[in-house]
Write a protein that binds this ligand. Structure first.
Ligand code: CAA
Length: 379
């Protein structure tokens, strides 16, 4: 076994970390405070090849593996977890096309993303179906050469800026999993309306909205696979995207540990830097153990995907471990900073707020445990 990154992966990581430090961190606080979308950052990241990381070379993508992508994700999330959520959302929304699209669909829908810095949204969650994804109620009806799409989606990342929506819908809600379809929907079609930008606790720069569809006419050739193929496409997509989302936790935790370590060496109490107190040393040791263990699990899940090994269990284990660890690590960083940690002048309170979302989106920490338990126990 070899735990080292390859030279090109290490170079990518270093480049991404430099970008995070020089370009993202200087503007992250302002974007958070004003809740403004980091369009300029996303465009610069796109120029450097940090957006759409996993698009295949046949459509002009850079064809990175998932391990490459999570390495880049950790570095960019060190800069800002909310900004990277907006960046990685393209991989999430485009992966269903990579998995389930025909050659023509890949050429038509994916290629534009390699030519200009445009965005896509993954529309699975609905007001009434979050964890129970198969309970979705957005429907399509056959209407000749097109479908009529009706329904509502909720908590859709990048919705206000997306050119393309990957919409999960059903031909009949009673069919549950077996009726679900994955449909590529251009965001400008008539009948699509967006809700207001949600006011969130953390990751406030990322754009999160509801999306309504009212008799939207979508060409039939935009369906991925056959009617009813959507569920498997969604689940396989989540196997791919959960390590990416986990990398957000790795980056946030890495930053929190660095901030807390630096602060502990400077801040004096009882006549010595607080890093000299064993209470603080043990906290830093626990934080580092949790991050190292999370990274191993996340990288394993990504490596399995690259090797073509089923990674559902590892993807969920990595996601739960990394998200829960990041929450604990960022909370402990605030604790080490004491009163200063609670102040918005210091970076760790934002890290703690941003971390909370990782335990919720892309499958809650509880859903990840459910997936792992199903894998252990069988049907
Ligand atoms: N790959 C292939 N097939 C899979 C699969 C996988 N990973 N997982 C399940 N399946 C198959 C099962 O084998 C089963 O197949 P058969 O019918 O042929 O037996 C079928 O799918 C149904 O599986 P389950 O019985 O396990 O389905 P379920 O309804 O009990 O729930 C769940 C499964 C894992 C809980 C799923 O609903 C889930 O993942 N929920 C969480 C949703 C989620 O993660 N949403 C994230 C939204 S996106 C987001 O948050 C992004 C963002 O903002 C940035």
């Amino acid at each position: 076994m070899n735990f080292n990154l390859k030279n090109d992966q290490q170079e990518m990581f270093d480049l991404a970390l430099k970008f995070a430090k020089n370009e993202m961190i200087p503007v992250a606080r302002e974007h958070d405070e004003k809740e403004t979308f980091p369009k300029a950052i996303i465009e610069k990241a796109w120029e450097l090849g940090f957006v759409n990381t996993c698009l295949p070379t046949e459509v002009g993508g850079n064809g990175f593996g998932l391990l490459d992508a999570v390495t880049i994700g950790e570095a960019l999330s060190y800069g800002c977890m909310g900004m990277y959520t907006s960046i990685m959302c393209n991989d999430l929304a485009l992966t269903p096309i990579v998995i389930g699209g025909s050659t023509e669909q890949k050429e038509k829908f994916l290629k534009p993303f390699t030519e200009k810095p445009i965005l896509a949204s993954f529309c699975l969650t609905e007001p009434g179906s979050g964890s129970d994804a198969a309970g979705l109620k957005t429907t399509i009806k056959d209407n000749g050469d097109h479908y009529l799409l009706n329904g509502s989606k909720m908590w859709i990342t990048n919705a206000g800026y997306a050119d393309l929506l990957l919409v999960y819908c059903t031909i009949d809600p009673n069919l549950k999993h077996k009726g679900i379809c994955a449909l590529v929907v251009p965001a400008h079609l008539e009948g699509i309306t967006l809700g207001k930008k949600e006011e969130k606790m953390g990751q406030r720069c990322s754009d999160t909205r509801s999306v309504q569809f009212e008799n939207v006419k979508v060409p039939k050739e935009n369906l991925l696979g056959k009617e009813g193929d959507g569920w498997k496409i969604a689940m396989k997509t989540l196997d791919h995207s959960r390590p990416l989302v986990s990398s957000i936790a790795l980056g946030g935790a890495r930053r929190a540990i660095e901030c807390a370590t630096e602060y502990a060496k400077e801040r004096k109490q009882f006549g010595v830097p607080i890093a000299k107190h064993q209470a603080i040393q043990f906290m830093l040791a626990d934080m580092t153990m949790k991050l190292d263990a999370s990274r191993l699990l996340v990288q394993k899940a990504a490596w399995q995907a690259d090797e073509g090994i089923p990674n559902t269990r590892a993807a969920s284990a990595g996601k739960a471990m990394a998200a829960d660890s990041c929450m604990q690590i960022t909370t402990d960083a605030v604790q080490i900073f004491g009163g200063y940690g609670y102040s918005r002048e210091y970076p760790v309170e934002k890290l703690m707020r941003d971390a909370k979302l990782i335990q919720i989106y892309e499958g809650t920490s509880q859903i990840q445990r459910l997936v792992i338990a199903k894998d252990i126990l069988g049907k």
